[in-house]
Design a protein around this ligand. Sequence first.
Ligand code: HEM
Length: 442
Amino acid sequence: MLVVKTKQKNTDRSHPSLQAKNSPRIKGHHTRSSIDQSLRKANLQMVDTTNLFSFFSLLSCILFTIFLIKWVFNNVTGNHKNLPPSPLKLPVLGNLLQLGLYPHRSLQTLAQRHGSLMLLHLGSAPTLVVSSADAAREIMTTHYLIFSNRPDSENARKLLYNYRDLSLSPYGEYWRKMRSICVLQLLSAKRVQSFRFIREEETFSLVKKVEEGCAGSSPIDLGQLFASLTTDIICRAAFGRKYSEGGSGKKFKELLEEFGALLGVFNIADFVPWLAWINNFNNLNARVEKVFKEFDKFLEEILDDHMKRGGEDTKEAEKDFVNVLLENSKNGSEDVSIGRDSIKTLILDMFAAGSDTTYTALEWTMTELLGHQEVMKTAQEEIRSICGNRPTVREEDLEKILYLKAIIKESMRLHLPFHCYFRENQERTSECRVTTFWREQE
Ligand code: HEM
């Protein structure tokens, strides 16, 4: 009652728009008592709304307090499950903001503070960061089965045909089949040797471009040349021809760049799944869809073209990846079928895994050599002593060029083309004891 009264007073002073919204429509022929009744009804509704508002405020306060206590408890008191140390984290985002623009560097700094085994929370994903060789070896060997999967990624799932590829497909029969095709057929020593003429021709063409560039006055973009070299070599090995010239070449290059960028771009849906809707507004979903469709069309045409030509008469040494994979799709076993999607996505794996790793390694090696002229001079003398007056280096010479090999190894040690390996614990419930961690703690 008291509340109703208070509300009555308030109604008189309330904003006209509120009155109009809450009061029933008063028509001309209504009596005084019916108007009073209507007003009383309206006041009761407003009291209900206010009560509801108070109730929700109270509920929010309680929830917030529980949330705060849980956060403080988790962050300050740690845990009772012998988990590795964790830096302080924010609600919802966890440690995501601590990754910064260069996650590998931020992770290194955090590891120096918290140890070579630390637990981060990337959004809702508890993530173990392993930063010592011993602990990494243990995870990748002793606990290989537990950590054999790669984490799920929205963009990769779409671009790689729901993981019909090798690098991200879940550990199991299909993965084993794809891996055996890759190791025994596509990247076997014999097949790699059969592509030798491609590597030699393309390297010769790169050296020619550098010579022509040196004769002119404009600077040479070695990074671009290395990127084209690796893409051309993979294209010729995979499709039997390259796609770097003319308008279609430019389009293919852009498509490949966007594909690589989308595989590496930060996607909030991977860490805070309920925020996935954001990708409808920041253009990410549209970009992924566009690249997927364009690549699919491009690869479908290549498959059709190979099927029309028929690979049966092609000599073993002249077969490209598509020929080999089409043969596998015909001879596939019943339980593991290699369909068109598997072929397309395995080819995409080759581009994703083989191109930027290789040209990044080449670019860093060249950068280091330019900064260490003495080392560059020694390397040049070594090559001249082995190749004599020949203008090109042959593949059999490589075994003798030991100093250059050491330079490449050192450059890859300093500048890894691959900063982080990602693994997912496939038995989420199983406990795993990383003994290196305990040894380090002693
Ligand atoms: C400097 C050059 C390269 C480096 C540093 C490199 C490095 C790596 C690493 C570290 C992995 C393992 C990733 C993981 O387990 O998460 C990997 C996997 C792979 N690489 Fe390379 N790679 C290079 C060149 C190539 C080339 C030229 C190709 C093929 C054309 C290739 C094809 C693959 C494939 C298919 C996988 C996946 C294998 C699997 O998941 O079992 N890589 N590479």
